[in-house]
Write a protein that binds this ligand. Structure first.
Ligand code: HEC
Ligand code: HEC
Length: 366
């Protein structure tokens, strides 16, 4: 009889430790005891901005965005828990890392320069410099297993999150999960995307204040604005910038060759960009137009980080860029006087948005 009781006890112990609701070796709180009452996250989009398209299967909630913020800043998503998304997307660099090319988990360099995540939820033409992925959810799957970036595996990440002391409860609050094993890549990428969609301009940059009628440009800024957008009556002063970097996002999100690399023909690009995706030679050397909001914070510039300063960028456009069959149609050599250059810089400074990069909702929770 005693043996029988011991036998039963062992069986019960084995059964309960194999239960689906318990993480292997981790906490065994019954998740269903935690209240699930998701509250919609209200996006704070400036009035003069477009609408953001949010996938129907990933509505934003306060707890989802909060969990996404935690995971974005937590190195737990990388193989040996040493780097996080934020290692290459730092708030003070306008969510870039200010490097020519990023440094991944083993010290290797990424192929291209990191991109800002400011207003990334409005990108509707494909993410990455070449538009390779269509949604933030799909994008978030990639860095974790990328051998240069975080070099982990999804099963490894899922396991670590299921065993974590807090995350299972946060997943419960965000999605109403009932068992630890429900924490999976789909939910992780959903919350990362939710957090990224929340990264929106504050509407308090000088430019935005002028647009919403609560501030006015100085004469110098106004002149810079007018030469940037080709409103200046003297056509020889038009800088053409606004055709590709148009308001309010300061990008059309189109893929264009802005004449960065000198090539003898369209097969000569070091990085063919959009062309690798479409297989169309005419798309070689085309990259997505980046936003110019907070541009002074996100040096160095271009997909390959090859231009160090805004002065270098302006010097590049002054030449009209390297001619190629598919170069952006409006690009032409410019003669920019010293005073026009000063005015252009003054205008670009009005796009600086300190409230965005310092918003506690976007910063590390740790
Ligand atoms: C090792 C550095 C590194 C890490 C870590 C990293 N990224 Fe990136 N990220 C980059 C680089 C480089 C690019 C540009 C890639 C390209 O175009 O080929 C990029 C591009 C992106 C883009 C595209 C933005 C746009 O406008 O198209 C998003 C979104 C993004 N990263 C989110 C994330 C998230 C979420 C994580 C964490 C899961 C992450 N990144 C981790 C370096 C990194
Ligand atoms: C024909 C379209 C076009 C015009 C006109 C244009 N740009 Fe660009 N701009 C682009 C594209 C495309 C890129 C990205 C190219 C790349 O990375 O290879 C870019 C990149 C930039 C960048 C780098 C931003 C970053 O985060 O890396 C800056 C700064 C910039 N442009 C400023 C300007 C200014 C100032 C003007 C006017 C003098 C201007 N652009 C005119 C298309 C254009």
């Amino acid at each position: 009889m005693r043996h029988f009781r011991l036998f039963i006890l062992i069986i019960i112990t084995i059964l309960s430790s194999c239960g689906d609701d318990n993480p292997p070796g981790g906490d065994s709180t019954d998740l269903t005891l935690i209240t699930y009452s998701p509250e919609p996250y209200v996006l704070n989009i400036p009035d003069h901005f477009p609408e953001m398209i949010i996938p129907a299967d990933n509505p934003m909630t306060v707890s989802g965005v909060e969990l996404g913020r935690h995971l974005f800043y937590d190195p737990i998503l990388s193989r040996d828990s040493t780097i996080s998304c934020s290692s290459c997307h730092l708030p003070q660099g306008n969510f870039t890392d200010n490097l020519e090319r990023s440094i991944g988990i083993d010290g290797d360099r990424t192929r291209r320069s990191s991109m800002t995540l400011l207003n990334v939820g409005f990108v509707n033409s494909g993410l990455f410099w070449d538009g390779m992925v269509s949604t933030l959810e799909a994008q978030a799957e990639l860095p974790i297993e990328d051998p240069i970036e975080m070099h982990s595996t999804w099963p490894n990440v899922e396991q670590k999150l299921r065993e974590h002391s807090i995350y299972p409860m946060m997943f419960r609050q965000a999605f109403g999960i009932e068992a630890y094993k429900e924490i999976n890549r789909e939910l992780v990428t959903k919350v990362l995307a939710q957090f990224e969609r929340s990264l929106i301009s504050s509407g308090n940059s000088k430019y935005d204040r002028v647009i919403s009628g609560t501030d006015i440009f100085t004469d110098l800024e106004l002149r810079g604005h007018n030469i940037f957008f080709d409103i200046e009556p003297d056509v020889s002063k038009h800088l053409e910038c606004g055709h590709c970097h148009n308001a309010p996002l300061f990008t059309t999100n189109e893929f264009i060759n802005n004449g960065l690399q000198e090539v003898t023909d369209l097969n000569g690009f070091t990085d063919v960009g959009k062309g690798a995706l479409t297989g169309v030679t005419f798309d070689n050397g085309k990259f997505r137009v980046p936003t110019l909001r907070n541009v002074f914070l996100s040096a160095p510039y271009m997909h390959d980080g090859s231009l160090e300063t805004i002065d270098d960028v302006v010097a590049h456009y002054e030449t009209g860029g390297n001619i190629a069959d598919n170069i952006g149609a409006v690009l032409r050599p410019l003669e920019i006087s010293e005073s026009d250059r000063t005015a252009l810089m003054a205008f670009l400074r009005t796009l600086e948005d300190q409230d965005f990069i310092n918003n506690p909702k976007y910063l590390s929770p740790f």
